[in-house]
Ligand binder design. Structure first.
Ligand SMILES: C[S@@+](CC[C@H](N)C(=O)[O-])C[C@H]1O[C@@H](n2cnc3c(N)ncnc32)[C@H](O)[C@@H]1O
Length: 296
């Protein structure tokens, strides 16, 4: 297992969720259990956490980390869009808070075999849930030029989408694009050198695009934002931490609409971002944005 995942914006999330005893929380992206552990610390002695993650390795990690809380932790290996079914199975109709900490955990990012990382060599897998039936390599092999281009443009916001799509097509005519470094090199060659940023790897947006596609990340987020809030008690809150602008835009617009409809009240007018100190301590937190809304 790679190094531990450091939870982001912990104090900010805990204050917004107002964690305390007798309450029930959903951690819909439990990962290594970092945020869940913090909820437990504040919700002693009887607060309950329902922890969800669809990644087998994350579930094993979370189970280990949260074992001391006995039956106060209910862990499920599921897509969080299945929250309504899980709550029904537990006979729980309302909860006090929901947390979504989107994106990847360090456990996933740092394991080269998972294919998420631009560094090192690994298979182009990128599935967060190992049960998903096609990998990034499968998609790259099977998509048409138009599909490749629109994926890069929409999910990567990549201005060089056309060139990269063309380069992938040319390359896969010779042989399938199977590894992270092969894809990275194709992107590096496709983008004119004078446009290579020194700060950010030129293939970052391409990797983001395929990851979003493989895991249907935006569709899953859309669905949980539509249904999640209906399980909150009055005054219950939902917190969402996102790591790129497509997610943050969706969270912002959904919260605004629910506010206009009079069913939720926005708590954060602007997204909360990590302090300089946190960014220094945990560089992965740099792009995090936290928004919160409350059930009316
Ligand atoms: C940033 S990590 C969460 C880290 C966690 N908050 C902690 O403190 O350790 C995001 C997690 O969400 C999971 N995830 C992403 N999309 C999911 C989905 N649709 N259903 C279930 N889990 C999902 C990922 O597998 C990953 O483990």
């Amino acid at each position: 297992m790679g190094s531990q995942h450091i939870p982001v914006l912990v104090e900010e999330v805990m204050n917004l969720l107002r964690c305390e005893a007798h309450k029930t929380y959903v951690d819909a992206t439990v990962g290594g259990g970092g945020h869940a552990l913090e909820i437990f610390k504040r919700a002693s002695p009887d607060g309950i956490v329902i922890g969800i993650d669809w990644d087998e390795e994350a579930i094993a990690e979370a189970k280990g980390a949260l074992a001391p809380f006995g039956d106060r932790i209910k862990i499920f290996r599921e897509n969080f869009v299945r929250l309504p079914d899980l709550l029904e199975a537990l006979n729980i109709s309302e909860v006090d808070g929901i947390l979504l900490d989107l994106g990847l955990s360090s456990l996933q990012l740092e394991k080269k075999e998972r294919g998420f990382s631009l560094k090192g060599e690994g298979p182009l897998d990128m599935r967060m849930d190992q049960r998903i039936n096609r990998t990034a390599a499968d998609l790259i092999e099977g998509l048409s030029f138009q599909e490749l281009e629109s994926t890069l443009r929409e999910f990567g916001e990549e201005r060089w989408a056309k060139r990269i799509a063309r380069a992938i097509l040319q390359e896969r005519e010779k042989k399938p694009v199977g590894t992270t470094q092969e894809l990275r090199q194709i992107v590096h060659r496709a983008i004119p050198r004078r446009f290579h940023s020194r700060r950010i790897d030129p293939a970052t947006r391409t990797f983001q695009a395929f990851r979003i596609l493989v895991n249907e990340e935006l569709e899953n987020l859309r669905r949980i934002l539509e249904t999640g809030w209906t399980f909150l008690k009055r005054g219950g809150r939902i917190c969402v931490i996102s790591f790129h602008s497509l997610e943050d835009r969706m969270v912002k617009e959904t919260f605004r609409r629910l506010d206009r409809d009079g069913v939720m009240r926005g708590i954060t007018k602007k997204p909360i971002t990590p302090s300089e100190e946190e960014k220094q301590r945990n560089p992965r937190s740099r792009s995090a944005k936290l928004r919160c809304a409350e059930r009316v």
